[in-house]
Design a protein around this ligand. Structure first.
Ligand SMILES: [Zn+2]
Length: 680
């Protein structure tokens, strides 16, 4: 492709073939390279418009889109794993350029018409799907609106962005506005030393000569509600936390998000109407796997009916424990975390540091690879990498059994270090594609933040780390086993958002499988595998008080979906929440509780009418896992089917079609609770 030639010279990572050289990217090169990438992409889009209706134009556009998004992806990746002031400055300078460019492309009516003019019958099925999704995304960005509607829609989007930012800021300001200075150590009895040290440091930082500062930052709130023996203190902290940015509590009315929620919901309803989508819930679901708001509600109410009796039993059991062991006559919301932790200690005491001594990374990783090979027929081989971003990074090539040439590559960066963002994630380095000069194999990043090994010792993982590793590997396989060659729907690209967590949660379940755990473990001194008793304890701890946790998720999700179906005018947010709680919850909430006012996921975080996705994907992954668990002798056969119908399809086919093709039908609605160990 001649129109992207400038890029290859200026940005070593964009050579389509061969070894990417991350180490050669200099911060100074980023703005010129991204500017060149934008210029190239603009030229390519103009060329697409000139080729309106040409079926071959679509692959040309896909390749141009792939190149710019992968160039930008490399910048984001480097910023996340090797954050330096220079990189940060370069990224901050390039970011608005990219954002403005993509916004302009999304509003390019001529480009939309050029793609729409392609006869889908002239395309192969994958290209036809890529065309359909591209047109859908254009339409949802309002490109086909005219006149007043176009102006209203554009204003609506700006106003939504402004209100969402205000909402998030109000939550942040309300969080910062409250604190409690405690000087009597007795009030903090039960809170672990590490948490107390943080509270003491916070007090010093605020100019107090002594004592501890309790704030509304999540780790502090969790520490108080889980461990503080002082019930009045728990009550006070819970009340301050659950009334943030509302008309209730210690800062009532000061940061109240109530009017912002009403305005946001009205704007979302209006945008849906302009786009011809009925209501905001339907608009959200237009890009998701669930077919309708009714389907989501049916899923949630069915799951609630299954979960409620189990949660009621858990609550009764916990109340009895609190009465007899803790002297708490009536369990209140601010007792739940505390009583649950005490009951956990009494019944499922599990020494995670002992488990950790059995889980060296050097043992866990080959066990994971072996398991993936058994399930999906994929062989991982570590190969020496060069030009990577850090000496710790490891490179693995993926082979089909018996093949000489790899079909995909994985970069793994396991350990925490300075300048590396916390948490764990998978990201796309390259998507599979059929470039003009040949096919390109998919490449993914697997990033975790495991603790570095002590000097002279092997790196040991917590069991939670093993779960994380399996989870991220599931995402990686979803991308790397993708067989389509249209980048916009290859690997994880174009996969509906409520289906993305299916492969990751599926693989996560095997981190509790006794056979896998045996293979993954070797005690650091004796070399013995994990004893059966410890494995049993890990599994029991997983389901402890789990129905109450599932029910809370159902409550949030049902509230979210109903809220986005409600009429645009003056939605009664609190009234709707009260109705959902009366229907679903087993724990009663105090009248001052204002959960919605700080529910940033749906008001400021992209989860609007999408919070159900967590449970939705978990049901699919649980149902898939049960097929494997029920028939260990058929794992290779089931694995081949899962690979063929789900993993390799990527976004090339609707996720529900993928799943039904694997399973031969819809998922069993009881699977989620059973896999969590919660069945009656
Ligand atoms: Zn995930």
């Amino acid at each position: 492709m001649t129109d992207t030639a400038t890029l290859d010279a200026s940005f070593p990572l964009l050579a389509t073939h061969g070894q990417p050289r991350f180490a050669d990217v200099r911060a100074d090169d980023i703005v010129p390279a991204i500017t060149a990438a934008i210029t190239d992409h603009q030229a390519a889009m103009a060329a697409c418009v000139a080729r309106a209706g040409d079926p071959a134009m679509l692959a040309f556009k896909e390749e141009a889109d792939r190149r710019i998004s992968e160039a930008w992806g490399v910048v984001g990746h480097l910023l996340a794993v090797t954050n330096t002031p220079e990189l940060r400055a370069a990224q901050a300078q390039a970011q608005p350029l990219i954002a403005a460019h993509f916004a302009a492309v999304g509003q390019d009516r001529a480009l939309y018409e050029a793609i729409r003019a392609i006869d889908p019958a002239a395309l192969d099925p994958l290209a036809a799907r890529a065309r359909e999704l591209a047109l859908r995304d254009f339409e949802l960005s309002g490109v086909v609106l005219d006149g007043d509607d176009a102006r209203d829609f554009a204003d609506n989007q700006v106003e939504q962005g402004r209100l969402a930012t205000e909402y998030a800021n109000a939550v942040m300001d309300a969080t910062e506005a409250w604190s409690l200075h405690v000087t009597d150590a007795g009030r903090l009895a039960g809170i672990p030393e590490a948490d107390l040290a943080g509270m003491a440091a916070a007090a010093q930082a605020k100019g107090h000569e002594q004592g501890w500062l309790i704030t509304l930052h999540a780790p502090v709130v969790v520490a108080v509600l889980t461990y503080a023996q002082d019930r009045a203190l728990r009550h006070e902290v819970q009340q301050a936390y659950a009334t943030r940015a509302s008309d209730q509590g210690p800062n009532a009315g000061e940061f109240d998000n109530g009017p912002r929620m009403a305005a946001l919901l009205a704007l979302r309803a209006k945008a849906a109407e302009l786009l011809g989508q009925g209501d905001a819930a339907s608009l959200s679901l237009a890009t998701k796997m669930a077919e309708s708001p009714d389907a989501v509600e049916a899923f949630l109410t069915d799951l609630a009916a299954r979960t409620r009796p189990l949660a009621q039993a858990e609550l009764a059991d916990l109340a009895e424990f609190a009465r007899s062991e803790l002297g708490i006559d009536t369990l209140e919301p601010w007792d739940m975390g505390f009583a649950t932790e005490r009951a956990r200690l009494a019944r499922h005491a599990l020494d995670q540091s002992e488990v950790r001594r059995y889980l060296p990374l050097d043992r866990v990783l080959p066990a994971l690879f072996g398991h993936v090979e058994r399930l999906f027929g994929v062989v991982f081989k570590e190969v020496p990498g060069s030009g990577l971003w850090h000496a710790d990074v490891r490179q693995f090539d993926l082979f089909r059994a018996g093949a000489d040439a790899p079909f995909a590559r994985l970069y793994a960066d396991f350990f925490a270090r300075e300048g590396k963002r916390g948490g764990a994630w998978m990201n796309v380095c390259r998507s599979p594609s059929r470039a003009a000069d040949g096919a390109q194999m998919p490449v993914a990043y697997l990033i975790t933040n495991f603790a570095q090994a002590a000097p002279g010792k092997p790196a040991l993982l917590q069991h939670a780390d093993v779960v994380t590793l399996f989870h991220e590997m599931g995402h990686c396989l979803h991308h790397l086993l993708g067989e389509g060659d249209m980048p916009s729907i290859g690997g994880i690209s174009g996969v509906e958002w409520d289906a993305v967590e299916l492969p990751s949660q599926f693989l996560e379940n095997f981190a509790y499988d006794p056979a896998v755990l045996k293979a993954a473990s070797a005690h650091e001194e004796t070399g013995e595998p994990l004893p059966d008793a410890l494995i049993e304890r890990l599994k029991a701890a997983r389901g402890f008080m789990g129905a109450l946790a599932v029910l809370r998720q159902i409550e949030f999700a049902l509230f979210d979906i109903r809220l986005h179906r409600a009429a645009a005018d003056a939605p009664d947010v609190q009234g709707l929440l009260d109705v959902v709680r009366a229907e679903v919850a087993v724990m009663r909430y105090p009248a001052w509780n204002r959960f919605a006012h700080a529910f940033s996921h749906i008001f400021a975080g992209g989860y609007a009418a999408g919070y159900y996705s967590y449970l939705w994907a978990e049901l699919l992954s649980s149902d898939a896992y049960e097929q494997f668990a029920a028939a260990p002798e058929r794992q290779a056969e089931l694995g081949a089917a899962f690979r063929r119908e789900v993993l390799s399809q990527g976004g090339g086919r609707p996720a529900m079609d993928n799943y039904v093709a694997f399973r031969g039908g819809a998922p069993d609605p009881g699977a989620l609770l059973r896999v969590r160990g919660l069945a009656a």
